[in-house]
Design a protein around this ligand. Structure first.
Ligand code: HEC
Ligand code: HEC
Length: 380
């Protein structure tokens, strides 16, 4: 624990150090020019941020040309992410629901916004959100820049108009210098607000779990972890010669390395048989209007999944055991519009369920614990 904390604090310090030294210089020049009322200090060029991601994740990292991630931008975005003045009644910030200690998700089934209003979907983890090409459980948004203003204006989440949000930030002295450092001048706009928050979100990376260390040849899984990992990534084939191949089938959707769904278009959206009522939650169909998309939801990347309970878009499962029981349940194959990757995955000849043994379920859960990356979840 100690070692991980110090890793994290040095990671933080590496972000903060160049800024505080610059602020020190600014402070000095302010003191020297005391009384002249420096209106437009020269803010210089913000420092590009290099995410500490393994190469196999780095390739998916989304970086828009008009909003490069910089250390100054991240620092501003972090402050805005925790800023309760961005909600109508000063009660709620992004971090109220996306809590660092829960993998930037929430431990509630549904999170409360302003006036203690309940949402209707579980808050997803934001770790590695910088890899996503489609956001929200139903895929309705595609960039962190456009996404980040939605919660602010959402009447149930933060409930503020954008002009009011900008006005409030203009009234908080520290922001004028922070916007200056991040964007070259002190002007505060909604566009810059969105950009800074998106930059902070791109810094929420996780690529240091035991699974990652294994991929880099730096960790030797114990036998149970190894079995769990094998099962996770194996598609079962009961007819294979020599008594069949056993598998948990998970890696068909939670792809190796990213553990996210396929990032191409909507290929990573699947129906895992969770629907309660057609009218309530159509998932991707809400966005595309296509009946074949009924009940398809975004496949979450599972890093730090041990900390992000409750699970699924509606937070219905409290434990990983319940998630495994769902995938293994006898009635799953009868669910309407169930993804073929699930309905064709069985360990028994002509089986009607996945058919994992208890020991196999436990091994898969051991593998899910290998995805814990405590360096990524401590409060920034
Ligand atoms: C009241 C709780 C709440 C607040 C406040 C909130 N969020 Fe969220 N956030 C959610 C929920 C719930 C979802 C999932 C909604 C859905 O999919 O329909 C979500 C989804 C997201 C996603 C998409 C992640 C993914 O994997 O698809 C991002 C990014 C995000 N929020 C960022 C933010 C930012 C930035 C703020 C502050 C400006 C913020 N959120 C404020 C609850 C909240
Ligand atoms: C057909 C694709 C598919 C397969 C196969 C699959 N998953 Fe999933 N998984 C998803 C989708 C999609 C979700 C989100 C579903 C929802 O909320 O509606 C999900 C959600 C989860 C969650 C909850 C994560 C969270 O943050 O809420 C866990 C844990 C999980 N899956 C583990 C597994 C395991 C373990 C297996 C293998 C036994 C597996 N999955 C097989 C697509 C799949």
């Amino acid at each position: 624990m100690k070692r991980k904390e110090s890793y994290f604090s040095s990671y933080c310090a590496s972000i903060i150090r160049p800024i505080s030294s610059r602020h020190f210089v600014l402070l000095l020049s302010f003191l020297i020019s005391c009384g002249k009322k420096e209106e437009n200090p020269d803010y210089g060029n913000p420092k590009p941020f290099q995410p500490q991601l393994p190469e196999y994740l780095q390739t998916y990292f989304q970086q828009p040309a008009d909003n490069p991630t910089t250390e100054e931008g991240i620092l501003l975005g972090k402050s805005l992410f925790f800023e309760k003045a961005l909600s109508a009644d000063y009660s709620t910030s992004c971090a109220s629901c996306h809590r660092p200690e829960f993998g930037f998700g929430d431990n509630q089934v549904f999170s409360k916004g302003i006036g203690r209003q309940l949402g209707n979907r579980n808050t997803p983890s934001l770790l590695n959100a910088g890899l996503l090409k489609r956001m929200f459980w139903d895929g309705r948004d595609s960039t962190l820049e456009t996404q980040s203003l939605h919660p602010i204006i959402d009447p149930k989440e933060m409930g503020l108009t954008l002009p009011e949000a900008v006005k409030r930030l203009q009234g908080i002295p520290r922001y004028s210098d922070m916007f200056g450092s991040a964007f070259g001048d002190k002007t505060i706009t909604a566009d810059r607000l969105a950009k800074a928050i998106a930059q902070f979100e791109r810094s929420l990376i996780s690529g240091n779990s035991k699974y990652d260390l294994f991929l880099q040849g730096k960790y030797n899984p114990n036998p149970e972890e190894l079995l769990g990992m094998q099962l996770f990534f194996t598609h079962p084939d009961p007819f294979a010669p020599g008594g069949g191949i056993r598998g948990g089938n998970c890696g068909d959707c939670h792809l190796p390395q990213t553990l996210l769904g396929d990032l191409n278009r909507f290929d990573g959206f699947h129906n895992t048989g969770l629907l309660r009522s057609e009218s309530q939650e159509a998932g991707l169909q809400n966005f595309t209007g296509k009946p074949s998309d009924f009940g398809r939801f975004k496949t979450p990347g599972l890093r730090n999944v041990a900390f992000t309970a409750p699970y699924m878009h509606d937070g219905r499962f409290q434990t990983l055991e319940q998630v495994l029981d769902h995938y293994n349940s006898d009635s799953l194959f009868q669910k309407p519009n169930l993804d073929v990757l699930l309905s064709k995955g069985t360990n028994e000849k002509f089986g009607t369920s996945l058919g994992l043994t208890n020991a196999e379920k436990t091994a898969i859960i051991r593998f899910l614990h290998m995805l814990t990356d405590s360096t990524a979840i401590q409060a920034p």
